[in-house]
Design a protein around this ligand. Structure first.
Ligand SMILES: *Cc1c(COP(=O)(O)O)cnc(C)c1O
Length: 395
């Protein structure tokens, strides 16, 4: 990528070693269901201190089998953040469950633990408590997992962390993915995320039974483990115990993911350097820069800025100036409950005002491992022009 080319908001970083690893995997005996997927799973489990890791074809599938493994079904309710990619909510709908949302914290833009508690208190009275809550570590910064875990104990729900943004991040000095405060944690390896396997996802857990269910649901509902077979008639034999899916990851994807994983710390370090550079470059701009909570070390997947409340009408104009100048800004996220599909289920504008207000004023600036300082300076310069042109800032 040259400095004056289009600068996307997120982009993969592919090395010669990554390419060699994928080529090698193509020349190996197995293209799928071979040893590399297992090695990738072990390496991720090692990296984040979880007991079990199940690789799948993308994080949406991982969220789906996570809901299935926790027995989410018709008549159940699953709560998540409105400030997320739609997959965090859709996974519950795949299982026939109802979805509801908990509004966000105005500083971290994460699902608010205080609002969760308020909602749980009234849900208990109404007998509408959730079966599962899915906190999303927005932009790579952990939610207040200690508080969410305490509430899960008190109100009896399970927790799936949607850590699609957050591999390589830490919470209270522990790696995100160790499932200390959750039943299952999910990573995405889509190219815009922290490390990539092209498409790919992983579900982590410390619970042996949940791990077995996750693996079964990802592989057609099949088991071959003699311990669980109803009868065992020979080596060819397998049994389908439930309705599962083909959500398997290929050897090529695992080879790329494994190779990328060796540079995870480097990627996070670069993102932190870029974060500091933006803080310097943008310090006199009348915008809110991303806040970092004390007990978190974010993977910094995204760099969302916020326009002032009284300038929210300028967001569209600022977005357009940036895009026309080749800066691939994006908006993360359109609140899920405002999507036509969720509106048809009864949600309305105004239901989650903090997420809606945040959405109306936010823009994500480019942030990815190979972003150069010259590119960051260009982003800052064009953002300044865009803010002046839209009267958010005076010349
Ligand atoms: C990207 C993303 C997903 C889905 O990941 P895929 O691997 O593309 O299926 C889910 N949740 C969040 C928060 C995401 O950002």
């Amino acid at each position: 990528m040259k400095d004056n080319d289009f600068i996307p908001y997120g982009h993969q970083s592919i090395s010669k070693e990554d390419i060699a690893a994928v080529v090698d995997s193509l020349q190996a005996e197995y293209l799928t269901q071979g040893p590399i997927v297992g090695s990738f799973e072990k390496a991720i489990a090692n990296q984040v201190n979880s007991k079990y890791a199940i690789a799948v074809n993308n994080a949406t599938s991982a969220l789906h089998i996570a809901c299935l493994a926790l027995d989410v079904k018709e008549g159940d309710c699953v709560w998540t953040s409105p400030n997320t990619f739609i997959a965090s909510a859709n996974c519950a709908r795949y299982c026939g469950a109802e979805v509801d949302f908990v509004d966000i914290d105005p500083r971290t833009y994460n699902l608010s633990a205080e609002k969760l508690e308020e909602k749980l208190i009234s849900a208990k009275r109404l007998n509408t408590l959730p079966k599962v809550v899915i906190p999303v570590h927005f932009a790579g910064q952990s939610c207040d997992m200690e508080a969410i875990h305490r509430l899960s104990q008190e109100y009896g729900f399970a927790v799936i962390e949607d850590a699609s943004h957050a591999i390589g991040g830490q919470y209270q000095d522990h790696p995100i993915g160790d499932c200390r405060y959750s039943d299952i944690c999910v990573f995405s390896f889509h190219p815009v995320k922290i490390i990539t396997s092209a498409e790919g996802g992983m579900a982590l857990t410390n619970n042996a039974n949940i791990a077995r269910l996750l693996r079964t649901y990802a592989n057609q509902g099949i088991t071959k483990d003699p311990q669980y077979l109803i009868q065992n008639v020979g080596d060819w034999y397998y049994e389908q115990h439930t309705l599962g899916f083909n959500y398997r990851m290929t050897e090529m994807q695992a080879a790329l993911g494994l190779s990328q994983l060796s540079r995870l710390d480097q990627f996070i370090e670069k993102r932190h350097q870029q974060f500091k550079s933006y803080e310097k470059l943008l310090k006199d701009f009348p915008i809110t820069l991303p806040y970092q909570a004390e007990d978190t070390h974010s993977s910094l997947h995204l760099y969302p800025i916020l326009l002032p409340e009284h300038n929210k009408a300028a967001r569209k104009g600022v977005f357009e100036v940036l895009r026309h100048a080749g800066i691939g800004t994006q908006v993360h996220y359109i609140p899920v409950h405002t999507q036509p599909y969720y509106q048809a289920l009864g949600f309305q504008l105004g239901d989650f005002p903090v997420a809606e207000d945040y959405y109306s004023r936010t823009l994500s600036l480019p942030l990815f491992a190979d972003l150069t300082s010259a590119q960051q300076e260009r982003v800052a310069l064009i953002l300044k022009h865009a803010l002046i042109a839209n009267r958010v800032m005076s010349a």
